[in-house]
Design a protein. Sequence first.
Length: 276
Amino acid sequence: MKTLFVSDLDGTLLTAKETVSEYSLRLLNKLIDEDGVLFTYATARSLNSAAKAVWGLRQNLPVILYNGAIVMEPWNGNKLYNSHFTGTVRADIRRILHEYDVWPLVYSFLGNKERVSWLRGRETEGMKRYLSRRAGDPRLNPVDSPDELKDDEIFYYTYIDAKERTDAVHAVFERDARFRCIYQQETYQSDYWLEIMPAGTSKGAAATVLKERLGAEKLVAFGDALNDRELFRAADEAYAVENADEELKKAATAVIGYSEEDSVSKFIRDNLEKYH
């Protein structure tokens, strides 16, 4: 049986140091190289950020980025699938953000160049932390006016701030059927992240595209947070780590060990015969 394994990164495959442990790297690379395991990841991260976190992991399959907005070949940056906002919807987003005095990070492509833009001087403390961790990233593109992005293909918005600042604007986007929102506390900080993407965008939709593209008969997923719910729904089997959100555990086929215990790689190793 051809099985595709898809794991979330933060809180699932990664340790608290935001890396894959040496043990899991060795084990997963062995499973990929010697046993032919089809393994990839689905993350809210960009390719640039994810690549640093999984450095040393064999990546011979496309990866799922930005919570499913993009499926990309990591070795050449070729996009196999991506969703984006239409011009009319973008205008409405801009109006709502202006009304609430919110100026998020804007993820886009200009041609084949990926950009992460923001309005200079309007960074929240959470955004400053995000940007400081990415100093030197060639995608970073501060602008003096949103008009500078008029020719970009925008596919994602992220606003990082205290909960009392994010709640109101989240409520507006959440009740509009044109959008999908992911709203949750950051894994490693107290800030809340409001991520806005086109309706229908999800890790689950992207994983289904990849499953079909690879001709896999079964999809097995691993996750820890509420942005993994659609991935779990799309999967034939879904496993939550012990440190996962309680709501996600309820949606899981079963609960495995903690992310700090190499639980994803060990599960695949211990159940390999079942999926081959």
